[in-house]
Write a protein that binds this ligand. Structure first.
Ligand SMILES: C[S@@+](CC[C@H](N)C(=O)[O-])C[C@H]1O[C@@H](n2cnc3c(N)ncnc32)[C@H](O)[C@@H]1O
Length: 387
């Protein structure tokens, strides 16, 4: 393990799945396992210090109440609380989007690019399984993984669809009550430590083209989310460190969607968006060196007029989105590498036409495919319960 001289090391963050247990119960459990509970962290510096030393100790995080912090390399994969879905191994930064979206219990929520589903399960926990999470993803395999993870986490308010979010009709009566949307689209993954290394090995021009295409897709996904007529709050997040995928996307969207404004995301968070446009400090950034997390970016949008948006404005924006989408959709499927690796499943290489074809074919199976996976998973749930 690295010492202070090697720079900060990422602790093991553990999110308590409040659908199945509580922070108090988990704290008592670990105390019985011989761990010492050091209370709630008071500063990031305290966590930095804490993470330098091994040992059976843990803290409660200072920003995210249902997050516990253990020394790096603490392995919970065989722990019975983990296997029973009471604990979710999730980086602190990746807990920010659901925390910030903060849908009220019973709300209808869309998770636009959802698999493998850690944020979906966090959203369901915040909803206390009441209301609805419509979760979309293009990748069949990742959705199957997600279905298993959600089952283990006790999530029952989800509706999964193997569908391009950009093709979801905001006028569909099914989504008329959607008030909160999370957009966590495919990105370069440059905030993930190993991804950063991989990216630096890529040729400059290739990287810049890829970033450009990613950024265009991210903008369209975010714009599409803002076109749902009842949506009030939207969170946009990436695990990228690039301005092009973060502040630039947000700036363009604010210019297009003047009926939305940025809200200061978690004011107590120390690192803000890069100063590239007025108000960019409302966004937040995360990094290993500054916040002891993976590299991450979050922007929180809120509708200015809390009443419903004019249907003409919605329709105009959707026409723009549809035209852009039709032009760009085929390439966009290449950008799943970082996310797929994070999910522990096989990824398609950028430009690998055979894999692209597979994805296209799989997508034709669409909703039925996922619904049948979900049914199978439900059967499995009973088996797990019985055994
Ligand atoms: C960053 S990952 C999402 C991680 C997920 N939110 C979580 O916390 O587990 C991005 C996901 O977007 C999916 N995706 C890419 N393009 C999409 C599209 N047009 N519609 C829906 N999902 C898409 C990818 O397959 C990938 O699973």
């Amino acid at each position: 393990m690295g010492g202070v001289a090697d720079g900060p090391v990422l602790p093991r963050y553990v999110r308590v799945n409040t659908l199945k247990t509580s922070v108090n119960e988990v704290t008592s459990y670990f105390k019985r396992q011989g761990y010492t509970y050091l209370g709630k962290a008071r500063s990031i510096e305290e966590i930095v210090e804490f993470a330098q030393r091994p040992g059976k100790r843990f803290l409660q995080d200072l920003h995210i109440p249902d997050l516990l912090v253990f020394p790096p390399d603490t392995d919970f994969h065989k722990d019975s609380l983990y296997t029973a879905g009471h604990l979710i191994l999730q980086d602190k930064a990746s807990c920010l989007p659901a925390l910030l979206l903060s849908p009220p219990i019973g709300a209808h929520v869309i998770d636009a690019c959802a698999a493998p589903g850690n944020k979906t399960s966090h959203l369901a926990a915040r909803l206390q399984n009441k209301g609805k999470v419509f979760a979309f993803d293009l990748d069949t395999k990742r959705l199957a993984t997600m279905s298993t993870l959600l089952l283990r986490a006790g999530v029952i308010c989800q509706e999964l669809a193997n569908q391009d979010f950009l093709s979801v009709n905001p006028d569909d009566p099914k989504y008329q009550k959607v008030s909160h949307i999370l957009v966590d689209p495919s990105c370069s993954g440059s905030g993930m430590p190993d991804r950063m290394r991989m990216l630096s090995e890529e040729a400059g021009s290739e990287t810049s083209e890829r970033l450009q295409a990613l950024s265009a897709f991210q903008g369209r996904a975010l714009s599409h989310a803002l076109s749902f007529s009842s949506v009030q709050t939207v969170v946009y997040s990436t695990c990228s460190v690039h301005q092009q995928e973060n502040e630039d996307v947000v700036k363009n969207i604010l210019e297009q969607h003047t009926d939305f404004r940025l809200v200061k995301a978690l004011p107590s968070w120390p690192i803000r968006g890069m100063n590239t446009f007025p108000g960019s400090e409302s966004c937040l950034r995360a990094s290993l060196t500054e916040t002891l997390t993976n590299g991450f970016f979050v922007a929180l949008f809120e509708r200015k007029d809390k009443g419903s948006r004019s249907s003409v404005a919605c329709e105009e924006q959707r026409n723009v989105n549809r035209a852009d989408t039709a032009a760009e959709r085929p390439e966009q499927r290449d950008f799943n590498t970082a996310d797929t690796a994070a999910a522990g499943t096989q990824s398609s290489k950028p430009g690998d036409k055979s894999n692209m074809m597979q994805v296209t074919l799989k997508r034709k199976a669409s909703m039925t495919n996922v619904r049948s996976t979900t049914k199978k998973s439900r059967k499995k749930k009973h088996k797990i319960k019985d055994s």
